[in-house]
Design a protein around this ligand. Sequence first.
Ligand SMILES: Nc1ncnc2c1ncn2[C@@H]1O[C@H](COP(=O)(O)OP(=O)(O)OP(=O)(O)O)[C@@H](O)[C@H]1O
Ligand SMILES: [Mg+2]
Length: 494
Amino acid sequence: MDDVILRVKNICKYYPGVKALEDVSFEVRRGETHAICGENGAGKSTFIKILTGAIEPTAGTIEFEGKEYSRLTPKQSMDLGISVIYQEFSLIPYLTVTENIFYGREIKKGLIRDMSAMEMQARELCKDMGVNIDVRKRVCDLGIAYQQIVEILKAVSRNAEFIIMDEPTAPLTVRETQVFFNIIKRLKEEHVTIIFISHRLEEVFEICDRVSVFCDGRYVVTKDVQEIDRRGLITYMVGRELSDDYPTPRREIGEDILKVRGLTNKNVKDISFHLRKGEILGFGGLVGAGRTELVRAIYGADPILSGEITFRGEAYRPRDPGAALQAGIGLIPEDRKRQGAVLSLPISENVVYSILKRIAPMGVIHSKDEKEYVDKYIGELNIKTPSPGQLVKNLSGGNQQKVVLAKAMATNCDILIFDEPTRGIDVGAKQEIYALMCQLAEAGKSIIMISSEMPELIGMSDRIYVMSNGEIAGELLSEDYSQIKILEIASSKL
Ligand SMILES: Nc1ncnc2c1ncn2[C@@H]1O[C@H](COP(=O)(O)OP(=O)(O)OP(=O)(O)O)[C@@H](O)[C@H]1O
Ligand SMILES: [Mg+2]
């Protein structure tokens, strides 16, 4: 008989106007790596929060190691050895790697913390897991990928037997994902049970043993990964077949709209490139290559030390993001929580905020206009919400990302910069975003897209620049695209 570690029965979770989970029952076996897949808003994170005690189910029971509970408190969950790596980070940025790993259970010598003992253990742990991190660094000084790895180290150091990972690989590029997978493989050898949530289906096939699908708050099916393929899985997730194709470009590419010469600041060196009207220009590279830093400089968010930019034939040097927006350059940041949407405001205000000037020249918003804009974007991006008045923080992770996209698209900028636009977005919605990006380009807008997802970078871009170590290391035209070539150039300056 299979050894079941977790069995949930008839779990429901209702919010006003939303059935986040409806009658969910299934099992997780001891020592398996079990994926949960489903579209944005399907209920995956809600399910996880019930297991960690962060929220209480409206109905149903949770059986863990043979014992039945009607709900778990956070303490019970922790005592049961359940550990979670959240979709949004939970580390304390101003503490060091070591302090984060040992947070709440510091090693003490008498009354004082024994830093050197903790650092030694932290180093040992890094070595065991095959990662190279300076354990004395503050977490905020690490790249997003390494922050994620610290989250995992923290869980592993607590001898967790049941680790839940909610989109752990979303901020990672190909190479870091491999480091991460090596960690998972070691955990598997130690028979740790893992629940793994990811929108990158190839990862599910690479490291998971079984996969369960949620759709609209309901449990659909559980399969061995051997008995299902990508297509079949997508069909269960979205309830229809979906092609993996990218939209065929029908756009006309015009003259240069933006020219950058020798741009240098504290993060990037001597950057020169050009962007044409109606073009989708891709930027590839490893995490930390300087892509985000480059676009932040163009957007006026980081100072420029030297170099020249011309935008529509005129010298351009933005003082701040406000000036960039005013000039017609918009940015959709990679870190939606810190820079993207105002979580405590409704969707409608988030979208409208960025277009106030356009729809309310005199400072008065016509509620009819507002409604029209907001409905348009909710519809086009398929944002899952009971109403436009829903607070952004109550949306699922992927739907929050869509609000950030809607905000930027509503600005009517001539140049839109997308930094990892589909991070955390489900397969179906990705295609809607691709289609929208193409529409924008066809309408004569120019797009810069930073992406760590190779297929997307290759599938969407008219041209690709590859950055390495703060420099542009190569330019590829579509006939030369290949994943290997991009990766080679990406590591050429390391
Ligand atoms: N606090 C809340 N108040 C109201 N609705 C909520 C709240 N939390 C979640 N929801 C809703 O519950 C549904 C399920 O959300 P959940 O975060 O579980 O989705 P998910 O499967 O994790 O999606 P994603 O892939 O986008 O992360 C969504 O419709 C979401 O808007
Ligand atoms: Mg989620």
